[in-house]
Design a protein around this ligand. Structure first.
Ligand code: NAD
Length: 364
């Protein structure tokens, strides 16, 4: 063995632990094949922490995360706690973790899998060859800006929020996007609303200057976010890396999710601080938890992103991605994606899908 990756495993609630177990197996198998070791330690988060009499993000969990090389995260959320005030919900753990680890860049690949092209509501011929990386700013902008709240004046009650970005916050997330573009097709599109908002004028100026000064090799274009949303469904192949502030990125990445067509297939990475967090886009799916039927592929693809962004092990990451494509091409399907694939389909459990991916990573 040449080196060791220390992974904090936070399975969380519902199907989180089920899919994270398969992601960890894929990661360890990739390690065996590519000659590195994966050490893992689990910790409580979300409702499972609250049930054990702790905070949604216990101190010891945050401590473990800070001492790790990367975090494999499942999902948090449990309907039994739905009536708690917002600041006590199990889901808050994730926001605290993002803030606590300064995970300012959220990366979501939009790469429709050839075997599942029919799952999207967009025509298959528009999707062939689509490979987009959405980079969303994650810890600032309208969702975090102050002042915020409610007030009242002569016209009655009002609510207000603030979209505020410092240049430094724009530069650091834009660098993540430019660097990613450099490893891909060298194209970056920055979505903004510079025609309506001062903060977005600053965004555009800052991204332009950074591009000119430090990334002259990257073809940069700017797009108003409303046009960008339309272009994403009209002609998605034009995009390589797509950069957006927090709220715009939130919306654009859900459009990206629909391009791929299936929630159980979407991985994500949150990076920027010293320790990256890797999680499927889906939630804890309480309706299917404990039944052994959850699709583990989004979690497994998140483990692949971990290898790319936290370990720089690109061959091992590619082996995971290729293994997922290969099991789908062979007809393996969990129930959620079983309608795609015709007569060739073999409906399998969460664990059986994990077994199939592991076998492919081993080269069998
Ligand atoms: P969800 O993503 O959990 O589920 C939506 C639907 O998709 C459900 O029908 C579910 O069965 C299905 N689904 C999701 N993942 C699947 C998978 N891997 N395989 C097969 N089917 C899958 O969203 P929701 O129902 O809106 O939320 C449930 C809980 O999860 C809530 O408490 C919510 O707050 C939480 N949540 C957490 C995160 C997170 O931890 N990042 C994200 C979204 C929602």
């Amino acid at each position: 063995m040449t080196d060791t990756l220390n992974i904090a495993v936070l399975g969380g609630d519902g199907i989180g632990p089920e899919v994270t177990a398969e992601a960890l197996r894929a990661l360890k198998t990739a390690g065996e094949r590519f000659n590195f070791k994966v050490e893992s330690e689990s910790a409580l988060v979300g409702a499972s922490a609250v049930r054990a009499g702790k905070q949604p993000l216990p101190d010891e969990t945050l401590k473990l995360c800070l001492a790790s090389d990367a975090i494999l995260f499942g999902a948090v959320g449990d309907p039994a706690f739905g009536d708690l005030p917002p600041d006590q919900l199990p889901e808050r753990a994730l926001l605290h973790l993002r803030k606590g680890l300064d995970l300012f860049a959220n990366l979501r690949p939009v790469r429709p899998v050839p075997a599942l092209l029919g799952a999207s509501s967009i025509k298959a011929e528009m999707l062939t060859g689509v490979d987009i990386l959405i980079v969303r700013e994650l810890v600032s902008g309208l969702y975090f800006g102050t002042p915020r709240g409610y007030g009242a004046d002569e016209k009655g009650r009002f609510g207000f929020n603030t979209m505020r970005y410092h240049e430094t916050e724009i530069v650091r997330v834009a660098k993540v996007a430019f660097d990613a573009a450099r490893k891909r097709k060298k194209k970056l599109c920055s979505a903004d609303k510079a025609n309506a908002l001062e903060v977005m004028q600053l965004w555009r100026e800052t991204v332009t200057k950074l591009g000119k000064d430090s990334y002259p090799d990257i073809a940069l274009n700017h797009m108003y976010v409303d046009n960008c949303a339309m272009q994403l469904v009209q002609y998605p192949r034009q995009f390589d890396v797509l950069l957006a502030e927090n709220m715009f990125g939130d919306i654009l990445s859900d459009i990206g999710a629909q391009i791929t067509g299936s929630l159980g297939m979407l991985p994500s990475a949150s990076i920027g601080g010293r320790v990256g967090l890797y999680e499927p886009v889906h939630g804890s799916a309480p309706d299917i938890a404990g039944k052994g039927i959850a699709n583990p592929l989004a979690a497994i693809l998140s483990a692949g992103m971990l290898l790319t962004y936290s370990a720089g092990k690109l061959d091992a990451a590619k082996a995971i991605e290729d293994a997922v494509d290969a099991v789908l091409a062979d007809g393996y399907r969990t129930k959620d994606i079983a309608s795609q694939g015709g007569a060739n389909v073999k409906v399998v459990s969460t664990k059986e899908m994990g077994d199939a991916v592991v076998a492919k990573i081993r080269g069998k």
